[in-house]
Write a protein that binds this ligand. Structure first.
Ligand code: E4P
Length: 216
């Protein structure tokens, strides 16, 4: 499973990029709005920071297919790393088809069911993003939905990749990996926690203390 960062905060993105484990970044309108930055300049800056081939996901705001295609083309023109995020609606899936025909990669977002994922994949989406946390929040099982999506994609040999999104804690990351997600997109605070274990900390402290004793 690959790791993406789920953030639009440039300082955070720089810090996470330095970790050396990222294969992509996902932004969304809420995250971008929080930064107060110009959307297209921010996407350009992120693309300039990361290596070639790293997916930088930028979401359209239009609600009609024509508008989504227009915005998608503008976003894709910013940099070859850009993947256009499109919401899982009828208009969204129509836009995916048109963007795919133009050779533009899309990530269908706000996916909650295997059938939604299948529709997006059949329209030509390169990625789908099942949201774990938001599904859990309404008493559903986000991980079970992700597992079902992974099973359906394997069953029909579908090349569309799954991005486990709306990740709230480290256990979600483990469950996404166990479900067979291709990618997990993770907020910075959760990403940092993945490195930690009390026994690792304790072990490092003991090695240092023993070394200092031996040398003394
Ligand atoms: C994914 O692409 C979305 O940006 C993200 O995972 C949404 O997560 P949230 O439910 O924590 O807002």
């Amino acid at each position: 499973m690959q790791f993406y960062l789920d953030s639009a905060d440039f300082t955070e993105i720089q810090q996470a990029w330095e970790l050396g484990i990222l294969s992509g970044i996902t932004t969304n309108p809420s995250l971008v709005a929080k930064t107060g930055e110009d959307f297209h300049s921010l996407i350009q800056r992120i693309c300039d920071l990361v290596d070639a081939g790293i997916c930088v996901n930028a979401e359209v705001l239009a609600l009609d297919a024509e508008g989504m295609v227009r915005e998608g083309e503008q976003l894709a023109a910013i940099h070859p790393n850009v993947v256009v995020k499109i919401p899982m609606t009828i208009a969204g899936v129509q836009a995916v088809k048109k963007l795919c025909q133009k050779g533009i990669r899309t990530n269908v977002t706000l996916v909650f069911t295997p059938v939604q994922a299948l529709l997006a994949a059949r329209a030509g989406a390169s990625f789908v993003s099942p949201f774990l946390g938001r599904f859990d929040d309404i008493g559903e099982d986000g991980v079970a939905a992700l597992e079902d999506i992974c099973d359906v994609f394997i069953h029909y040999d579908i090349s569309c990749k799954s991005i486990a999104a709306s990740i709230r804690h480290p256990v979600h990351v483990l469950q996404a990996a166990q479900a067979g997600a291709d990618i997990a997109t993770i907020p910075f605070k959760v990403l940092e926690k993945l490195y930690e274990h009390p026994l690792t900390k304790q072990g490092v402290e003991k090695f240092c203390a023993d070394w200092a004793k031996g040398k003394g």
